[in-house]
Ligand binder design. Sequence first.
Ligand code: ZN
Length: 174
Amino acid sequence: MFVAHLPAGYLLSRFIARGRPTQSGAIIATGIVCSVLPDFDLAYFYLVDGRRTAHHDYWTHTPLFWLAAAAALALALTLSGRRNQLILVSVGLANVLLHLLLDSVAADIRWFHPLSDLRVNLVHVQALYKPWYLNFLFHWTFMAELLIVVSAAVAATLDWRRWRGRVAALPAVK
Ligand SMILES: [Zn+2]
């Protein structure tokens, strides 16, 4: 998936943030960062690994790693009496898993690594064009990505208008 990770993360995070007005800003910010967090491994892929291993094969693209990291973080927050921040761990984990789910559409993700090397890839995109990314841009799955982008843009516009309406309704500070 190319362009839909962050918009999809925004849609998921604003849904989770509903009914939590005091934490909605932190929830949406955490969710947006975590919606693209696995792809931070591209820096390692290009700068260190020299593009030798597909970045979807790094541990940063394995769900069990993120489940373990979230469990450790949740335990640390609980033991330190900061249970009110557990929602941020939940929204972060949900967004990372959404990222891996969306990656599983057109790329192979090892959902059970290191227990199993089963690769989940819903749609096989054929190599018809060069450079390689044109195969994905001309594939129908990219239309699904654009649909997510447009939905998030509409939602963000509505949120922004609502936020501006609330700010305008606030009494002026003298
Ligand atoms: Zn990814």
